[in-house]
Ligand binder design. Sequence first.
Ligand SMILES: [Zn+2]
Length: 376
Amino acid sequence: MLPDIEQLLELQVADQEIRKLREEIAELPKRISAIEQKLAGTKGRLEKTRTAAKADEANRKKYESTIQDLQLKISKYREQSLDVKTNEQYKALLHEIQFAEQEIRINEDRILEVMVSVEAREKDVKAAEAELKAETAEIEKEKEDARRVTEEDQKKLVEWNAKRDSLRQGISEDILRRYERVMKFRGSGLAEVRDHKCMGCQVMLRPQTYNEVRNGEQIVYCDSCQRVLYFNPANEVKLEQAPEPAHTKRRPRPKADAAQAWFYRPDYGDAGEVLLVFTNQNGAATRCIYDMHSGRQLGDVLNREGNYRQAFPEDLTDSAVRLNGYWEEEEMIDWGSEMPSSALDVLHNDLRAAQREHDKAHKEHSAATAEHSAAG
Ligand SMILES: [Zn+2]
């Protein structure tokens, strides 16, 4: 293997680590700001309820003093009624007293209304206060976690950056420039060649290109994805020695209605090559994405309503290859954020078998077409 390729392989590992760390560091403040927003919402609600409670209290006092005034008026009218001379005057005073009594009842009703509202508001205030307390505790914990993870990530980032810098120095400038351009867009800058195929984009190489990569005397780029190509004899020898499974045994066809379904996508946005696993359960579907080569989990697990075909149609493009593979849920939980190489091997082997089958079918089809035209 060319020394440049060896260096590039190490550089790619460093670049992918750096990318992952940067993403993680950028993600943390967003999570905190989301909780802070929620916290501000709860604070606002509490403030509003407290203001309304104060207004209730002021209103109650106002109604009570109105009642006192009215009672005073009534006793004054009663005193005056003792001194009246005419029936007319007496009637007028009686009318005033009745009016004042009616006003008192109205104000008493208002006080009752306020009391009911005060009770409801007290409940609201208590609930908001409890919520605020929980959220404050949560944000403190989140901040502490974020601070710790960021610190660890920053430390790792410094280490990886130093490693990256020293690796870059050992690689020719022209190769480095081309590698970095592809890396930026595809998430990986070099790809292994296996079975005459670029494992980065799954396109068959021309025989001359394949031989050039195999000879390992010069740097060769993939015509279709521009990745730097390399050949690992260890992998090819194993393949050539192993009995061709496609010839002896047919690849089992993945079940269409399986509860767990694995797919391979060579072109998954920035992530490039990925493995997707869908699980149907209780009328909903979850999706988890893994990096094709490292087996590392990418992003969060998504859950949507319906089976996975209805829930994630955007993932099931023409380039998606359905793979054989099944693991128990508990086992997959044990994987954590990275699937083990044993599981990766199963899926990689099945993908190769699927591709061989596809190629064979293609060849047979071409041969049949040629025969047909020769006969005609
Ligand atoms: Zn390619």
